[in-house]
Design a protein around this ligand. Structure first.
Ligand SMILES: [Zn+2]
Length: 478
């Protein structure tokens, strides 16, 4: 029977297979076989699979590394066209300078085009699953649906939420925000690869009524939640002032939000009670080390969270606060940040970081029954790294080689649900150049509509690149 189906079977071969299956996380000279329907048939020694699937298409020459597609646990696809600005700003300043002006005019088409651009970047970085929170202030435009459109076009697996926040001047009534959640859930209801969560941009950003209605909607529909918690120190101070001494984590528990399935970005500024709440409520954490460093937000207590049994995945965070969607950068930063913070080279290991970037991330999103590890019966989200590259020519230790040596340039092939998305280092089903040209034109248009001339040279203005004053202010501050 296997011979009859062999022609429709793909066998991916590597010098190493990092299956992330606890039963055998690492296989030397291994292979993964999956069928045309996208189901993994077998993971095992290459010699064994070669015999068993003798007529199959074989990809990989036995020098590379096969791993599950990366799970990017946290991003904002609404930021796909506003990258590389605001480097001297911390979170709240950066939001005012870059994200808010763009968010006021962002359309569904902006987000669709930006999602395709960043989707291409993610696929070429070995990412197969992405957890998105699309945030904007152009209510009525249903801009967050553009992320759904773009992910479906790119063939990525993912979850999209609308990161609602309504505490700002001129915000419409709560009904309008709830309507966008509903519209996004409807848009995604029949998509096989992209699911929905209810988004809450920040706890401090929503009115009591919107919070109450959001919690009620989760109870009614069984929706999971995607939010940010304890990202910056000033969030804790502001929250204690506003919510009778409660932190945002404590307030989330107080209003019942944490009684639902929650993944929260960051969780940096956690006190002991916050940590115990995250563990007791089984809140998953999306750690985005690059964004945390760019915005000078702080250091997530990753080892402590994991010791407490909290599920911790790795995210790139949005393209405006990373400022790319490169998973290798996020993975390496996740290791480096803990080492330098604790001044201990053994603060975290490459194998732990790889678990967070794959199976633990899938667990954080509730997708670990389908993806996150290479196991027969799971879906075929597979990334092959090319061993014939300067970075991977000599693999002394496969875990460290991926975390510290590999870059996106090493990504040779990517399959999502068994479908080829990257082949020989190029997008398999899309023209990258067309996506880039479309993205560039849309970014110029958005920058002009958002009047981003103070930050962006794309509008024809000087941005912050030319004035001498902008350069001087960054010299000798500390
Ligand atoms: Zn975020």
């Amino acid at each position: 029977m296997e011979a009859a189906n062999a022609a429709a079977t793909t066998v991916v071969r590597g010098a190493w297979v990092l299956s992330m299956d606890p039963a055998r996380e690492l296989l030397r000279d291994g292979a993964v076989a999956f069928d045309a329907g996208g189901e993994i048939l077998a993971v095992g020694p290459w010699e064994e699979l070669r015999e068993r699937f003798s007529g199959a298409e074989v990809v990989g020459d036995g020098n590379g590394i096969v791993l599950p597609g990366f799970v990017n646990c946290h991003t904002h696809l609404t930021e796909g066209l506003i990258t590389g600005m605001g480097e001297t700003a911390s979170l709240w300043e950066w939001f005012d300078r870059v994200v808010e002006p763009a968010g006021r005019v962002t359309t569904r088409e902006d987000v669709r085009v930006g999602t395709k651009l960043k989707g291409a970047e993610m696929l070429l970085s070995g990412i197969t699953t992405v957890n998105d929170m699309s945030c904007h202030r152009n209510l009525g435009s249903l801009a967050s649906l553009g992320a759904a459109d773009g992910l479906v076009e790119m063939g990525l697996r993912g979850i999209v939420s609308f990161g609602a926040e309504n505490l700002y001047d001129g915000a419409p009534g709560e009904d309008v925000f709830m309507a966008e959640h509903e519209a996004l859930a409807d848009r995604l209801s029949s998509e096989p690869l992209v699911g929905f969560r209810l988004g809450i941009g920040t706890i401090l950003g929503v009115s009591d009524e919107l919070m109450t209605r959001s919690v009620a909607a989760c109870a009614e529909h069984g929706w999971g939640v995607h939010t940010h918690l304890a990202e910056v120190r000033e969030e804790v101070t502001e929250s204690r002032h506003r919510y009778a001494g409660r932190t945002t984590i404590e307030h989330s528990a107080h209003v019942g939000l944490l009684d639902h399935e929650v993944i929260a970005g960051h969780c940096i500024w956690c006190g002991e009670h916050d940590l115990s709440l995250l563990a007791a409520k089984d809140v998953a954490v999306a750690h985005s080390p690059v964004a945390n460093m760019i915005l000078a937000s702080g250091v997530c207590p990753v080892p402590r969270l994991r010791r407490e049994g909290v599920r911790v995945g790795i995210g790139t965070d949005g393209a405006a606060s990373n400022d790319n969607q490169d998973m290798f950068g996020a993975v390496k930063a996740a290791a480096l940040l803990q080492k330098v913070h604790h001044l201990r080279a053994d603060a975290i290991t490459a194998i732990d970081v790889m678990r967070m970037a794959t199976i633990e991330g899938a667990r954080a999103l509730g997708l670990d029954r389908e993806v996150g590890s290479l196991v027969a019966g799971k879906r075929a989200d597979v990334t092959l790294l090319d061993g014939n590259t300067p970075e991977l020519a000599a693999i002394h230790d496969p875990w460290q080689q991926v975390v510290y040596c590999a870059t996106s340039r090493c990504v040779s092939h990517v399959w999502v649900d068994g479908a080829p998305r990257v082949a020989d280092g190029r997008l398999a089903q899309q023209e990258l150049r067309e996506i880039v040209v479309e993205g560039r034109e849309q970014a110029i248009d958005l920058a002009e509509r958002a009047a981003l001339g103070g930050e962006s040279v794309l509008t024809g203005g000087e941005g912050r690149a030319f004035p001498a004053s902008a350069r001087e202010e960054t010299v000798g501050v500390v």
